[in-house]
Design a protein around this ligand. Sequence first.
Ligand code: P6P
Length: 300
Amino acid sequence: MTKYCDYLKEVGVNGDLFEVLCACKNSVKEISALVKLGKIGKAGTENVFGEEQLELDVESDEIIQKYMKECEQVGLIASEELPDEIKVGDGEYGVCYDPLDGSSLVDVNLAVGTIFGVYKTGSFVGVKGSEQVASVIAVYGPRTTLLLTTGNGVKEFILNAENKFEMNDKEITVGEGKMFAPGNLRASAKRKDYMDLVHYWCDNQYTLRYSGGMVPDVNQILLKGKGIFSYPGYEDAPNGKLRLLFECAPMAFLMEQAGGAASDGRMRILEKEVVSLDQRTPIYLGSKGEVRRCEEYLEK
Ligand code: P6P
């Protein structure tokens, strides 16, 4: 079985980027153990979005910060849990991350994840998702897995009994199929266009697969090779809830590398410029046909 580091070398990822992606991988191993055994209480603090932080949010962020600061190839980090980007060294790589997306699902024992976007940049403000050189998501479920792209397609790695990530040889591509993950369903009460789209999926007997955790929900679409994840905005939150830099751009890179698509309803997620770290965006992510359907129904 091919190990994570061996795969990176096989696809020509070596030197500085290799070290950065090993730092991401090593932080995931520690967070995996934390999720299984860590405390699930409240931290008594809020993140920059005004969301109450759990101890797991803070501790998983601290784990990633530790590995990024130890990696001399990383010069800049930005975390969904921190107010600003932080210069951590002279490295040429910037790593933005959501340390534990969906952390509130841990106390009901549902899967959660970590999201990394890797850029060669001196600031995240002004970048576009298309400038990412790598994207990694980790899923903490019955197993701990990684999905990685460096622009050479998408590969899954599974944490084994020896605490090593082994590659799954399965080809990861996304085509058409009847599976939907309709986020922000409450918006359909105020948006007839979203209600009409949900009715289309229901009338055509699509299989509902929505957990409330973006990482496992999108991971499922990638591994099942079909489906659509939607999270529109509505009057209370015109751009929705999901963050362009920390969630949507890394997911969009993975989805496009698997042959799918990612749109805000009008344009590619990867073409959207990051104007602020806390920028939100509607997102429609999945097979090309389903993303096109969302664009036709929703963002006229
Ligand atoms: P809602 C988790 O809090 C998250 O950021 C994503 O992982 C998930 O897709 C979304 O929010 C869920 O939002 O509105 O369904 O609670």
